[in-house]
Design a binder for this molecule. Structure first.
Ligand code: ZN
Length: 67
């Protein structure tokens, strides 16, 4: 997680600093590739999380849980 520090604006006032939340792409645990093909998904689990079944070009298949 990184936090961006804003430069003072043209009016000289310092902008409000907002926290930046970084969402990383799912990566293949075998080759760290990000070009994953989703072939099945389960999006309604009651808590707004989603589960994907993905396949990497390297042939590795795995699941991705999006919280
Ligand atoms: Zn892979």
């Amino acid at each position: 997680m990184t936090e961006q520090v804003y430069e003072p604006g043209p009016d000289g006032m310092k902008r409000r600093r907002l926290t930046t939340v970084t969402v990383e792409r799912p990566r293949c645990p075998a080759c760290a590739g990000v070009k994953l093909r989703k072939y099945r998904s389960l999006t309604d689990q009651g808590d707004s999380s989603a589960l994907w079944w993905v396949r990497c070009p390297c042939g590795h298949r795995f699941r991705v849980l999006l919280e």
